[in-house]
Design a protein around this ligand. Structure first.
Ligand code: F6R
Ligand code: MG
Ligand code: MG
Length: 362
């Protein structure tokens, strides 16, 4: 049986209202495009979190397929056209190039793709987040695949006991390294704890079976100036030798602090929410994460289940809101406001220029 590819390609191509949500017309345009132009797809699902649209697609074209990437690009262009008609906020903001050039990576949209042999039963969870960045997945991925306090299977399931392999990507240098866990946990943590620079891009079993893939674009680095946050996506395969769905979701039960929020320049808690509650309005946030569960059936997407709708995440939400209240009280002070080198709307160069003659040697 030929392998299935699961591609999740996302972009912010206009907000409704401001940067809070996606206008329903844009989702309709995206669905229509994938239906009409997506002959090569087995199935697709269009969704959104905050102001980002995600195209979830299954096919047999492999990862980095020009056909699939072009389809996503053309779909986002069509959505942009509608966004412009409605004068939505920041229409086309994530489409950094004028014309498609073979691969959508480096052109603005975020991409996570994996190719695998579909198992007897194939549960997958697709995480989608708004008002944060790819490094936001580091802590939850570490918990899912390397922390026995989160994932009981690491101890109890003989097929997980040997651990996993993590591919870590340096977003500044464009370099990658693979760590074996649990053997190299302490080495790996030095890097993945620095979420603004290093991010976990892939997780494999020790038998090289793909288990998780995240989107790792950093748009502000790509564009050379602030364009918008590269709100990330993550695909995780579950069960039967991989973390259970509940172990994968458990990684979000204690809301961790991530970079993003207002102007991409603040630290705040990541709140696990249902799709309905994924409209970040308070101080343009706080950051949100949704989890869509699917069973694959020869590539057909059976689902989604809106997994964070569970009331068992209510206390995580409550805690996140308390953290949000507290962080807001810090106003323009670190660590609520990001350190200068991480500020995306950096006023620093202008201010330095303006004040350069007033700084005296002391
Ligand atoms: C954060 C985000 C928003 C905007 C903010 C200002 O990722 O997108 O918080 O940064 O609303 O937007 P502009 O500069 O477009 O007015
Ligand atoms: Mg936006
Ligand atoms: Mg967004």
């Amino acid at each position: 049986m030929s392998k299935i590819t699961l591609s999740v390609i996302k972009a912010d191509i206009g907000g409704y209202v401001g940067h809070t949500d996606v206008h329903p017309d844009l989702l309709e345009v995206a669905k229509k495009m994938l239906k009409e132009k997506g002959d090569m797809l087995i199935d697709f699902h269009v969704t959104r979190v905050g102001d980002d649209i995600q195209l979830i697609m299954t096919h047999r074209e492999g990862v980095d397929s020009e056909k699939i990437h072009k389809l996503a690009w053309d779909t986002f262009l069509a959505c942009t056209e509608r966004a412009r008609e409605l004068k939505l906020y920041g229409a086309g903001q994530d489409l950094l190039k004028d014309s498609f050039s073979g691969n959508i990576k480096g052109m603005g949209p975020g991409v996570a793709e994996m190719e695998f042999e579909e198992r007897k039963s194939e549960p997958v969870v697709i995480f989608i987040a708004d008002k944060t960045e790819p490094g936001a997945w580091n802590l939850p991925l570490y918990k899912m695949f390397a922390d026995p306090f989160n994932t009981a299977g690491l101890i109890i399931d003989p097929s997980m006991h040997q651990g996993f392999k993590f591919e870590v990507y340096d977003m500044y240098e464009g370099k990658k390294i693979v760590f074996n866990t649990p053997e190299e946990l302490y080495d790996m943590l030095v890097f993945i704890g620095a979420t603004g620079r290093y991010c976990i891009r892939k997780v494999y079993t020790k038998n090289n079976e793909i288990a998780a893939v995240s989107s790792t674009q950093r748009m502000n680095l790509m564009a050379g100036k602030y364009i918008g946050k590269d709100d990330p996506v993550l695909i995780v395969r579950c069960q039967n030798g991989l973390p259970a769905v509940g172990e994968v979701l458990e990684a979000f039960a204690n809301p961790h602090l991530v970079f993003g929020w207002m102007r991409g320049s603040h630290t705040g808690p990541m709140i696990p929410v249902s799709l309905e509650d994924a409209v970040p309005t308070r101080f343009d946030g706080p950051p949100r994460v949704c989890a869509l569960g699917f069973q694959l059936k020869e590539g057909k997407l059976i689902g989604p289940q809106d997994l964070f709708k569970d009331i068992a995440f209510d206390s995580a939400r409550k805690k996140a809101l308390e953290i949000a209240d507290y962080m807001r009280t810090l106003g323009p002070f670190e660590p609520h406001r990001l350190p200068l080198q991480e500020l995306e709307y950096t006023t620093l160069p202008h201010l330095m220029e303006k004040l350069k003659d007033r700084w005296e040697k002391d």
